[in-house]
Design a protein. Structure first.
Length: 69
Protein backbone atom coordinates (compact mmCIF):
# COMPACT_ATOMS: atom_id res chain seq x y z
CA UNK A 1 0.00 0.00 0.00
CA UNK A 2 1.31 3.45 -0.88
CA UNK A 3 2.46 5.62 2.02
CA UNK A 4 0.11 8.43 0.94
CA UNK A 5 -2.97 6.18 0.65
CA UNK A 6 -5.98 7.31 2.69
CA UNK A 7 -6.48 5.02 5.67
CA UNK A 8 -9.36 5.31 8.12
CA UNK A 9 -8.66 3.99 11.61
CA UNK A 10 -11.76 3.39 13.71
CA UNK A 11 -11.37 3.45 17.47
CA UNK A 12 -8.12 5.41 17.38
CA UNK A 13 -8.53 6.37 21.05
CA UNK A 14 -8.84 2.80 22.27
CA UNK A 15 -6.10 0.30 23.03
CA UNK A 16 -6.11 -1.54 19.69
CA UNK A 17 -6.93 1.45 17.48
CA UNK A 18 -4.25 3.62 19.06
CA UNK A 19 -1.67 0.84 18.60
CA UNK A 20 -2.62 0.54 14.92
CA UNK A 21 -2.41 4.32 14.53
CA UNK A 22 1.06 4.41 16.12
CA UNK A 23 2.28 1.57 13.91
CA UNK A 24 0.98 3.17 10.73
CA UNK A 25 2.69 6.44 11.65
CA UNK A 26 5.90 4.59 12.55
CA UNK A 27 5.85 2.97 9.11
CA UNK A 28 5.52 6.37 7.47
CA UNK A 29 1.86 6.46 6.45
CA UNK A 30 0.84 10.10 6.12
CA UNK A 31 -2.83 10.26 5.17
CA UNK A 32 -4.46 8.67 8.22
CA UNK A 33 -8.03 9.67 8.92
CA UNK A 34 -9.64 9.41 12.34
CA UNK A 35 -13.01 10.44 13.70
CA UNK A 36 -14.28 10.58 17.26
CA UNK A 37 -17.57 8.95 18.17
CA UNK A 38 -19.24 12.37 18.26
CA UNK A 39 -17.98 13.09 14.73
CA UNK A 40 -18.95 9.69 13.29
CA UNK A 41 -21.26 7.25 15.07
CA UNK A 42 -20.42 3.86 13.57
CA UNK A 43 -23.73 2.49 14.86
CA UNK A 44 -25.61 4.78 12.46
CA UNK A 45 -25.40 3.19 9.04
CA UNK A 46 -26.41 6.31 7.11
CA UNK A 47 -23.69 8.41 8.80
CA UNK A 48 -21.11 5.76 7.90
CA UNK A 49 -22.28 5.50 4.29
CA UNK A 50 -22.25 9.29 3.93
CA UNK A 51 -18.76 9.51 5.44
CA UNK A 52 -17.30 6.97 3.04
CA UNK A 53 -19.12 8.45 0.06
CA UNK A 54 -17.63 11.89 0.85
CA UNK A 55 -14.13 10.77 1.66
CA UNK A 56 -13.84 7.98 -0.90
CA UNK A 57 -12.08 5.68 1.57
CA UNK A 58 -11.56 2.21 0.18
CA UNK A 59 -9.13 0.57 2.59
CA UNK A 60 -10.93 -0.24 5.80
CA UNK A 61 -9.13 -2.79 7.87
CA UNK A 62 -8.28 -5.11 4.97
CA UNK A 63 -4.57 -4.39 5.07
CA UNK A 64 -4.56 -4.20 8.86
CA UNK A 65 -6.09 -7.66 9.16
CA UNK A 66 -3.56 -9.18 6.81
CA UNK A 67 -0.57 -7.46 8.39
CA UNK A 68 -1.39 -7.89 12.06
CA UNK A 69 -3.23 -11.20 12.16
Amino acid sequence: MEKNAKIYVAGHRGMVGSAILRELRRQGYENIITRTHSELDLCRQQQVEDFFARSEERRVGKECRSRWS
